[in-house]
Write a protein that binds this ligand. Structure first.
Ligand SMILES: Cc1ncc(COP(=O)(O)O)c(C=O)c1O
Length: 362
């Protein structure tokens, strides 16, 4: 078949950046995808096995048991919750439910790299707003970027990949500036790793506000990245819109069973997060002692704003059999390193100690 008579695809796709996942390299330690370093709990593995025995049946499309368990846990109405195939699927549903080709989607930059891609898929205009000198979301600049075309604003808290987090007061001031027709998505993928009590619970902000949606996931703290379960908490009308654009049966029965078992074991899983947080402090302190600039982080990773030295640092780590996540860019680039097990972190710190390139911005 000649190029001339190939099936038509949308021209806009040519300009679309591909999502770059963290790399898995056999034999190397992977600190590139913000995963938990622990294996599944026995109770969760048992629930997965039991659910697998019924996989000739379709899953419950409304995930009623899971929605009920989440609603109880969060003290919200089940009508406010939508589950999706990972919270990234809910990011996509939010854009599909609110945007057309004339819409604008605001987010900080850097932030979660899927945001601009998802906006571009529907043809909406992505409006990336540079983070501050401290690598935090610049809420004043994000509010100033709102136009009559703005439909959606992603506020990632804590922010991926910089790790920085917004306080309740900062979020409150920002929300007061956002018109009620514009939906604000508070993406809390890393919420369970927060240890600063000035950082708010997004669900409390969503209570009584029709234009705030909170996204959470079982991929990170709950260790279910491979099964793909996330959820949103929003006004019931927004939830109806999100369900309309969902792919039917997107959350498998195995994933629903694993999520329910994980919620039942939440105390044990959240204790694991405390171990990760203690390791995060150790890693950050040691990096700072070694002369690195490391912004305060409230997530399960640290960020080294190495700009266009990011790729070189990542290659150096790979030489030490450690895979990290570089975003090589002179303006806002850096390297994100997931907190792994204590032994993995120690190996990373040894690699970082051996890096002879720049460690700070100045
Ligand atoms: C900020 C943020 N939001 C959402 C997601 C999506 O996670 P998942 O689709 O696994 O729930 C990620 C994943 O890395 C993330 O970093």
């Amino acid at each position: 078949m000649s190029a001339a008579n190939r099936p038509h695809t949308r021209e806009a796709l040519a300009a679309l950046p591909a999502y770059t996942p963290g790399r898995t390299v056999p034999g190397a330690i992977k600190l590139a995808s913000n995963e938990m370093p622990f294996p599944p709990l026995a109770s969760v593995a048992a629930a997965i096995t039991a659910a697998a025995l019924e996989m000739n049946r379709y899953p419950d499309n409304g995930a009623q048991a899971l929605v009920g368990a989440l609603a109880d846990r969060l003290a919200v109405d089940p009508a406010q919750i939508v589950v999706g195939c990972g919270s990234v699927s809910l990011c996509e549903q939010l854009v599909q439910a609110t945007c057309t080709e004339t819409s604008e989607v605001i987010f900080g930059w850097r932030s979660f790299e899927a945001y601009p891609i998802i906006a571009a898929v529907v043809g909406a205009r992505a409006v990336p707003v540079p983070v501050t000198a401290e690598e935090s979301l610049d809420l004043d600049a994000m509010a100033a970027a709102i136009t009559p075309a703005t439909r959606l604003i992603f506020v990632c808290n804590p922010n991926n990949p910089t790790g920085t987090a917004l306080t309740a007061a900062e979020l409150e001031t920002f929300l007061a500036k956002v018109p009620s027709e514009v939906l604000v998505v508070v993406d809390e993928a890393y919420r369970e790793f927060i240890d600063d009590e000035t950082i708010p619970d997004g669900v409390e902000f969503a209570r009584g506000r029709t234009n705030v949606v909170v996204l959470r996931t079982l991929s990170k703290a709950y260790g279910l990245a491979g099964l793909r379960v996330g959820y949103s908490v929003s006004d019931p009308e927004v939830a109806v819109a999100l369900r309309k654009v969902a792919i039917p049966f997107a959350v498998s029965s195995v994933a629903q069973a694993a999520a329910l078992a994980s919620l039942a074991a939440a105390d044990e899983l959240l204790d694991r997060c405390r171990i990760v947080v203690a390791e995060r402090h150790r890693v950050r302190d040691e990096l700072i002692a070694g002369g690195y600039t490391v912004p305060t982080t409230q997530a399960n990773f640290v960020w080294l704003p190495l700009r266009d030295n990011a790729a070189g640092f990542a290659a150096h780590c790979e030489d030490h059999a450690i895979i990290v996540r570089p975003f090589n860019d002179a303006a806002n680039g850096g390297v994100r390193i997931t907190i792994g097990s204590a032994a993995e972190n120690t190996r990373f710190l040894a690699a970082a100690a051996a890096w002879t390139g720049p460690r700070t911005l100045s």
